[in-house]
Design a protein around this ligand. Structure first.
Ligand code: 4AD
Ligand code: MG
Length: 477
């Protein structure tokens, strides 16, 4: 007999037919009712065991976490909240799960505890829903770009360049610990390394993607990136996945349009295709919100938020306008930001970004035309000589979701900027070649995939939306 998934069975109306499933026991009640899950859906299927005619030792092995194979008859369910159930005729334990040792019990576990058991947490409702959504979002990302004429390009993970010029790189070396050759100053001598030069894990594939956009027109990357920055927040990871489209002949306005259209598309995709998981997470969030004091509760539920983003225009505001708004704002009873906004030119902190999106505009906001000296070297200088064609997309509850820009396409201006920042031309000779040969206006952005998953799932810690978060406590996975 062909095996069915739980999802198929729950949608089927083939009553009184023989069916066959495999999965894991979520709970076993009254020696009779197995709640079975196989990962195909958030819902379990109830399997009713004829306990009077079942061997006692077999019954004792039906424990939470055990893998089982079940055959039986699909019938209409008498129970509340379910339409069908299986009347079990044959049950086989494929893999036991000792209840004395199995960490994932049918009760509410804290996310901290589950983070320590990242290899098992996906067996819970919340994490299985999050990871299914993560997978669906990945698919939607590729679908959007492939349907719109973009090519997928794989940029290097090990690289000699610092794409952001921010010095937040993990060094790569194949020296064995303590045996690295050192020079007279006691510094590691990378010239003797396998690569013969200093290399690091990529912080962004942008610079390489730019070279491809200058031939293929529209490209995107979707791969792991690494930042050796203080990642001890609910919004930062040391290892995260980034989506970076890069488009020849696009200016900043076209870049903003692309980011907005793209985000709306992937959110609409999950609304259309992952409703059960979203509904489950919507309820989870509602319960979490209920536990908060009234004043701190968010006004919208998860599904409402997603629909709101899809249906409304993002607000586009220049950095200069944003500074004016912040200067005239009273963020709280003390009427102060922790970092005061006294003058034009300051970098915005997350409290400012969140004030703008959550209190002032109450919608996603695209900030553009930032001061040149708080942004990366490759951004297109505006005619005013002091701002660059940069854009950040800010989201309620998240802060910065996207960072991007129109790129500096003029060779001389780019060289001047690099000289100013002490970035040696020899290191980026290949990047400068794109400006030397057939240069053109082009733009792109980077979207932090986990921040998108965070927004989509309504989870509150970025470590809970990536299967194996890299933190000092759990590098063993
Ligand atoms: O703003 P960032 O640093 O921009 C770049 O890397 C550009 N090269 C992108 C481009 O134009 N192609 O990073 C882009 C996005 C941020 O907006 C944020 O969503 C995410 O990447 N991000 C992180 N996500 C999780 N953990 C971190 N430590 C992150 N750092 C950045
Ligand atoms: Mg940024």
């Amino acid at each position: 007999m062909e095996r069915s998934s739980v999802k198929e069975l729950l949608q089927s109306d083939k009553f009184l037919q023989e069916v066959y499933v495999k999965g894991w026991v979520r709970t076993f009640r009254s020696n009779r009712f197995i709640a079975l899950n196989d990962g195909s859906t958030i819902h379990n299927i109830q399997c009713v065991v004829d306990f009077e005619n079942t061997d006692e030792t077999l019954l004792k092995r039906i424990n939470t976490g055990a893998a089982v194979s079940i055959q039986g008859t699909l019938v209409e369910s008498q129970g509340k909240g379910q339409t069908v159930e299986i009347q079990v005729s044959q049950l086989e334990i494929l893999g036991d799960s000792n209840p004395e040792e199995y960490p994932i019990q049918p009760k509410k576990h804290s996310f901290e505890f589950l983070r320590e058991n990242a290899h098992l947490r996906v067996r819970t409702n919340t994490f299985s829903a999050v990871m299914r959504l993560r997978s669906a979002l990945s698919f939607a990302v590729h679908q959007y770009f492939q349907l719109n004429g973009f090519y997928y390009v794989n940029t290097p993970i090990i690289t000699g360049s610092d794409a952001e010029g921010a010095g937040e790189m993990f060094k790569v070396t194949n020296f064995e610990a303590n045996k690295a050759p050192v020079n007279e100053e006691g510094e590691i001598d990378y010239s003797q390394d396998f690569f013969g030069k200093e290399t690091n894990l990529t912080v962004s594939g942008q610079l390489e993607a730019e070279t491809y956009a200058m031939a293929l027109g529209k490209v995107y990357t979707f791969g792991p990136t690494f930042r050796a920055e203080n990642s001890n927040t609910t919004r930062h990871l040391a290892e995260f996945w980034m989506i970076e489209p890069e488009v020849a002949f696009n200016d900043l306005d076209a870049n903003m349009d692309l980011s907005e259209d793209f985000i709306k598309y992937v959110l609409q995709y999950v609304l259309d295709n992952c409703y059960d998981d979203l509904e489950f997470l919507d309820n989870r969030l509602a319960q979490e919100e209920k536990a908060k004091p009234q004043a701190q509760r968010s006004e919208m539920g998860l599904l409402e938020r997603l629909k709101f983003v899809v249906e409304n225009n993002f607000k586009r505001v220049s950095y200069t306008e944003a500074i004016e708004i912040l200067r005239n704002s009273k963020p709280n009873k003390k009427k102060k930001f922790q970092f005061p906004v006294n003058e034009w030119g300051v970098d915005l902190q997350s409290e400012h970004e969140r004030y703008l999106v959550e209190k002032h505009f109450k919608c996603p906001v695209i900030l553009f035309d930032y001061p040149a000296n708080i942004k990366a070297f490759y951004m297109r200088l505006n005619e005013d000589g002091k701002t660059v064609r940069a854009m950040d997309v800010l989201f309620p509850g998240i802060g910065e979701m996207v960072g991007g820009s129109q790129r500096e396409e003029r060779l001389e201006v780019l060289k001047e900027k690099m000289a100013e920042l002490n970035i040696p031309e020899e290191e980026l000779w290949w990047y400068l070649d794109t400006r030397k040969f057939g240069t053109a206006v082009h733009s792109g952005f980077g979207l932090g995939f986990e921040r998108l998953v965070l927004f989509t799932t309504g989870m509150s810690n970025i470590r809970d939306v990536i299967p194996f978060p890299r933190t000092p406590q759990n590098a063993e996975f």
